[in-house]
Design a protein around this ligand. Sequence first.
Ligand SMILES: [Zn+2]
Length: 174
Amino acid sequence: MSEELKQCRQCKEFVKADAVKCRYCMSILVSFYSLKNPVLKASVIGFAIWLVGFILVMSIAQRFEPKKVTPKEFNFQTSGLVVSNDKLTQRGPTVGIVAELKNNGQDKWSSVDIKAKLLKKDGSVADLLEKSVYNIRPGEIKYFKLTSCCGDKSDPIEFEKYEIFIQDAIYKAQ
Ligand SMILES: [Zn+2]
């Protein structure tokens, strides 16, 4: 019975050539050079190449400053953002306004701040409702609802009419 033997690097005892673990000292005997499986060997090499490539690409990428996109100031006229089909919904003391925001422009907006003033007969503001609509792309329509804040206000808000408008929007870089 002639079995190939190899010497354990740790305890110098002789163990079977294809042993993965030393039976004397329990140390792991597999090294890259002793891998017999060509697929495993290839994948270890492949991973190493990938890793080197990845590090190289990352270090090159770091040398280039990220492209600075000048944020566009929100301009109601040119933005193409339109609020329409607004309807009043009132449940108990809570006033709600449902509406849709359409982006008829060319830009993406990461957030659009919409406000509604509830106006009394004399034109003074009874309440201000706010809502942000996020990530609206060109051509997209998003439905939203503004609601008066409830809390402990038990009396219904008295108002004659409301004005809904876009306060601001934050431009989204591509
Ligand atoms: Zn050993």
